[in-house]
Design a protein around this ligand. Structure first.
Ligand SMILES: Nc1ncnc2c1ncn2[C@@H]1O[C@H](COP(=O)(O)OP(=O)(O)OP(=O)(O)O)[C@@H](O)[C@H]1O
Length: 867
């Protein structure tokens, strides 16, 4: 970790002599990085001191107190997870220092740092979203390109990637949405500086890289942690292998540097080697459909523009019953494989599931009861152990035979049935857990009572002692009541006092001589006897012994589960896949989806396509009555109808149409069925989009600059296999500049004689429609509206041919603009459209008169004359 020492816990101005406990605190704190808050266990609380206490109290509203001038605040130990979760969500790092032995009166308890929780390395259930992957990512950049590694510590997924062009890796990194990024010290400021240096040929890529880091928590490590020389050995040790050749990785793979940094950082934070790393895979951009960062955002793949999951594509096509399924769907959408066989396999399974609705619903019902095995195993392997996790394994294993039976309903030989072979029932492990674990399981191992009676004779014996002793106590109470004649006499227990006999004031004169007085209370006196003291020792001893025995048995069960971890995780992976595909089958049934044909051709043909998200929203609106989505066709091909230029009134449905084509393409390429009557798509290598206005003022980029950056990225990186959707390019500047840019962009996309990227271009620049005559692979489409009494009715139909006008004023009226403004706009429009340019001005006088026409000399450019 960046070895910046923490500020001393003691105030520098007052070199006070510290108590032994505070000295212990200061010693732990001194070893931590400066930005880490230390939670220090004191009995039932975790306390924070000094600056940490001030910071945390402000951030999460804890009450700040002072003890001997030391600011402090605390959280109850049993609720610490929630408070830590809040701090992590705010981008803080939290170190946990726990008691390493039971507290004994008058003796300083030994304490030790048990783990450092950071947004990217925490494993606690309360601190992570069950339905989302949780990545920690490390990146370096040098003259050979961008090198990255990412790790989901909750499941052990570990990958590396390298590319000479950062823009080829930023799509996947953005899609992974890491909770924390690790970089070498000072790398980020260098990228930020280079990003502003336009003379630097890599400046655009570095700007994008700096932009990717800007919104995330970045942790800096010393550059030597990224050293390539020592990396392979360090990684091999973490993975428990001799070398990395088995993973197809050469020792000089430049992403091993970042991978080694991740291993180091994870080890530091877990305060132990991460035990759930098993393999390291290489991600290759050329093998996946790339979705640019802008496209992920614009097409609302994982989050809607409002920042919610609701309204995203992931949300619309996620019908998973388990969190592991939802996470797999997220991974599939982040990196759709360009692998026809794999796409067809998923499509086929979906079809087979869909064909047997009864078996499908049975299967889904059983999947509902599956617990999150990959994360349970991850926590067990990394020392986060509690009885409920084991219960999760038991309950999941109990479901497997039912899932097996449900899969057996499908015809032998079907791909669906093949999944059955991949499910390991692990009957012995299930029998052991079912026999050993109690029905109701506590979350805290120290509560005991998680082992079922009858599983272990020794535990049963110890428990009988405890119960026997408790009976002895009630017998004692009765006997003493009789002996003393005090009917209100009670034998009681408190945590800090132990067992005692309580006698009320009125009866004190009846207390026998052998009672030893221990305490006076408001209502009476508390006594002990020699026999009671003796019994107390026995009880404590028996309880302690029973708990210790339970711990031994619990650890044996954990070992038994971890011995099968590979089979368990493999089975869990199969179940997650089945879950996604069952969900898709359900989705296809609910929304009448079709299985698309995916091949190597260059076409994109959709019959009666619908927007998967808008369709669902219209049907189930949060307010108002349900509406039906109007389907539309699409015919594109890189060698024929390559560019579709879509014109039409505002609000007609242009944006919806072009987005629906992109979303259907993405869905088809992850293997999902699609909202259409028929669909055929030649594999797409990248989906680009330039949609709507967004600015990046914080990083000094105006709306127009962002638009042009995104357009530049498209023109520089699109191939014949790409799909491009462009929405109103050039809108962010003056009309003529914008029109000229849009014009040139269309020409550029059409520049190759024979083929080009399949493109949908929505625009209000009516003038562009004339390009159809000159660009053979361009087609005009428009979204039809009906006109009635100077009003328009949206019919949402995409038809061949250009729109005749924009109907902007009619739409403005629908939007509620004052009628005076509408009337005035109409007058101006009529004048602008007529030969008469003399517009009578109303106050206040505009500074410039609107120009009416573009005047282009015919000799300027043959095509420009079209204007
Ligand atoms: N095919 C359709 N069926 C039903 N409703 C649709 C359809 N297409 C679009 N809509 C509805 O129309 C609204 C406007 O669509 P959209 O934003 O695509 O219009 P637009 O032509 O791009 O408008 P502008 O040019 O003003 O940006 C959408 O919010 C959606 O609710």
């Amino acid at each position: 970790m960046s070895a910046k020492p923490a500020s001393s816990a003691a105030s520098p101005s007052a070199p006070v002599k510290l108590t032994p406990m505070m000295q212990q605190y200061v010693d732990v704190k001194r070893g931590l990085p400066r930005d880490t808050l230390l939670l220090f266990r004191l009995g039932d609380f975790f306390e924070m001191f000094n600056d940490d206490a001030v910071t945390a109290s402000k951030l999460i509203g804890l009450t700040l107190t002072k003890r001997q001038e030391t600011p402090m605040c605390g959280v109850p130990a049993h609720a610490a997870d929630n408070y830590v979760g809040k701090l992590l969500a705010l981008g803080k790092k939290v170190a946990i220092c726990d008691q390493a032995e039971p507290a004994k009166a008058g003796k300083l308890v030994r304490r030790q740092l048990t783990r450092i929780l950071t947004p990217g390395t925490t494993l606690e259930t309360a601190q992570i979203d069950a339905a989302r992957n949780h990545y920690l990512c490390a990146i370096t950049h040098d003259k050979h390109g961008l090198h990255a590694a990412w790790l989901d510590l909750t499941t052990g997924e570990f990958k590396v990637a390298t590319d000479t062009r950062p823009e080829n890796l930023l799509p996947i990194l953005t899609a992974l949405d890491p909770a924390e990024i690790v970089t070498p010290e000072n790398a980020l400021p260098a990228w930020q500086n280079a990003a502003h240096d336009h003379a630097n040929p890599a400046h655009a890529a570095l700007a994008a890289l700096a932009g990717f880091c800007a919104t995330r928590l970045v942790t800096e490590l010393a550059p030597y942690q990224f050293e390539l020389n020592s990396a392979p050995a360090a990684i091999a040790t973490a993975l428990g292998v001799l070398n990395l050749q088995g993973f197809g990785l050469e020792n000089n793979h430049p992403a091993l540097g970042p991978a080694a940094a991740l291993v180091y950082y994870a080890t530091e934070n877990l305060c132990a080697k991460p035990e759930n790393l098993r393999s390291l895979q290489e991600y290759r951009p050329a093998k996946t459909l790339l979705l640019d960062p802008a496209t992920l955002r614009n097409l609302e793949i994982f989050n809607s523009t409002r920042g919610t999951r609701d309204g995203s594509l992931h949300h619309a096509i996620n019908r998973c019953a388990t969190p592991a399924g939802a996470r797999l769907l997220e991974r599939w959408l982040a990196a759709p494989a360009l692998d026809l066989a794999e796409i067809h396999r998923r499509q086929t399974i979906t079809g087979e599931l869909l064909a047997m609705p009864g078996s499908l619903s049975a299967l889904r019902a059983h999947l509902q009861n599956i617990r999150d095995i990959p994360r349970i195993i991850g926590r067990l392997q990394n020392r986060l152990r509690n009885p409920r996790e084991l219960g999760g394994v038991r309950d999941t294993l109990a479901q497997l035979p039912k899932i097996h039976d449900a899969l057996a309903q499908f015809a032998p030989g079907t791909t669906t049935r093949i999944q059955k072979e991949k499910i390991d029932l692990l009957p012995e492990l299930h029998a052991l857990l079912a026999r050993a674990l109690a029905d109701e399981l506590p979350n805290d191992i120290n509560e005991g009572n998680h082992i079922r009676a009858g599983h272990d004779p020794e535990l049963d014996r110890l428990r009988a002692l405890t119960t026997g002793n408790k009976t002895w106590l009630s017998d004692l109470e009765r006997a003493e009541q009789e002996r003393t004649g005090i009917r209100s006499l009670k034998v009681k227990y408190t945590g800090n006092f132990g067992y005692y006999i309580e006698v009320t004031k009125a009866n004190l004169h009846l207390v026998p001589a052998d009672y030893i007085r221990r305490q006076t209370t408001v209502g009476g006196e508390r006594y002990v006897t020699e026999a009671l003291k003796q019994k107390e020792k026995e009880i404590f001893h028996a309880e302690e012994n029973a708990l210790a025995r339970e711990l031994v048995l619990f650890n044996e069960l954990v070992t038994a589960v971890l011995d099968e971890s590979i089979a368990l995780v493999r089975t869990a992976d199969t179940l997650a896949e089945l879950d996604v595909l069952c969900g898709w089958a359900q989705l296809a049934r609910e929304w009448d989806y079709v299985c698309p044909t995916i091949d190597e051709t260059d076409v994109l043909e959709i019959t009666e396509g619908r927007h998967p998200v808008v369709e669902q929203m219209l049907k189930n609106p949060s307010a108002g009555s349900p509406q039906t989505f109007v389907p539309n066709d699409t015919q594109l091909s890189s060698s024929d109808a390559q560019i579709a230029l879509i014109t039409g009134p505002n609000m007609a449905g242009k944006s919806t149409y072009i987005r629906q084509v992109a979303l259907i393409t993405l869905m088809a390429q992850v293997g999902c069925w699609v909202p259409a009557k028929a669909c055929r798509i030649g594999l797409v290598d990248r989906i680009f989009s330039r949609v709507g206005a967004s600015d990046d003022l914080a990083r000094g980029n105006s709306t127009f600059m962002v638009e042009m950056n995104e357009t530049a990225n498209i023109l520089n990186n699109a191939t014949d296999r790409s799909l491009i959707i462009l929405d109103e390019i050039g809108r962010g500047t003056s009309t003529y500049d914008g029109l000229s840019i849009a014009w040139a962009v269309v020409e550029h996309l059409h520049r190759d004689e024979t083929r080009g990227p399949r493109t949908l271009f929505a625009t209000h620049y009516q003038e562009l429609t004339q390009l159809e005559k000159h660009l053979p692979r361009m087609r005009n489409l428009s979204v039809a509206v009906k006109e009635w009494n100077d009003e328009i009715v949206f019919v949402r139909r995409v038809v061949p041919g250009a729109a005749d006008r924009s109907y902007g004023i009619q739409v403005a009226r629908l939007a509620g603009l004052p009628l005076t403004v509408i009337d005035r706009a109409k007058t101006i429009l009529e004048k602008l459209e007529s030969e008469d340019t003399d517009i009578e001005l109303t106050a206040p006088t505009p500074k410039a008169r609107p120009k009416k026409k573009i005047t282009v000399k015919p000799e300027d450019d043959a095509q420009m004359s079209l204007l």
